[in-house]
Write a protein that binds this ligand. Structure first.
Ligand code: MN
Length: 222
């Protein structure tokens, strides 16, 4: 019946389907699937809340509450994915894969896309809102250091003992070897920068303590 678009829109069909399943008290994975379809078919967060409230008077509140809980999860989860997708669309470089190898040195989720792994290493690093790396130093016996080139979103950079620098697309940060610092996203924005490894002898990163919420929250307080 879903293909009979002339008779009833997909949005209307989603509405009927969600209502019918909810009235039976179904909150399984098929209900979740139909909630996701309803969102894809254009039903907004406030609309689904209103539909479920309306249906609650006829199908019963216990069933509606169960459906509410699942709808809240679906719409919140989808909103987060939409924001990530919008961020991805705003830059030419890929977001890449979850940065699992370095997750222990980050607060929040980050993503890594290797752009160049020969001659000079260049990586696109993407931070979800509020995500930042630990305090760290780029070390080398000779040369070394790091250059950040901001490509999308809004982020922060801080060197020990200095105030936080706000980073926007096009900004460049030169980090001398041995300087303790951290970088990451602003609280309300995804952020991506290219991390350029400045060639040096025996390059390595010294990871230190995490940036506390107190330190992070000072970023935009004057
Ligand atoms: Mn760094």
């Amino acid at each position: 019946v879903w293909s009979r678009k002339n008779e009833l829109s997909l949005r209307d069909r989603s509405l009927v389907t969600v209502t019918a399943l909810m009235a039976q008290g179904l909150v399984d994975s098929s209900f979740e699937f139909h909630l996701k379809s309803a969102k894809a078919n254009g039903i907004t967060k406030s609309e689904i809340a209103e539909f479920l409230t309306h249906a609650a008077f006829y199908a019963g509140w216990p069933k509606a509450w169960a459906a509410f809980r699942m709808a809240k999860e679906v719409w919140t989860q989808c909103d987060a994915e939409d924001e990530k997708q919008k961020h991805a669309n705003s830059m030419v470089f890929p977001i890449g894969k979850p940065n699992d190898a370095y997750a222990q040195y980050f607060t929040g989720h980050s993503y890594l896309a290797p752009l160049s792994t020969e001659q000079v290493g260049i990586f696109n690093v993407t931070f979800e809102p509020s995500c930042r790396n630990n305090w760290h130093k780029h070390m080398a016996d000779k040369g070394g250091g790091q250059i950040l080139i901001c490509v999308a979103g809004k982020g922060y950079y801080q060197e020990e003992g200095k105030s936080v620098r706000i980073l926007m697309p096009g900004d460049t940060v030169n980090i001398a070897p041995g300087v303790k610092h951290w970088h990451g996203a602003a609280k309300d924005s995804w952020f991506s920068h290219l991390a350029v490894e400045v060639p040096g002898e025996n390059p390595r990163t010294e990871w230190c303590e995490a940036v506390t919420d107190e330190e992070y929250n000072k970023a935009e307080v004057k």
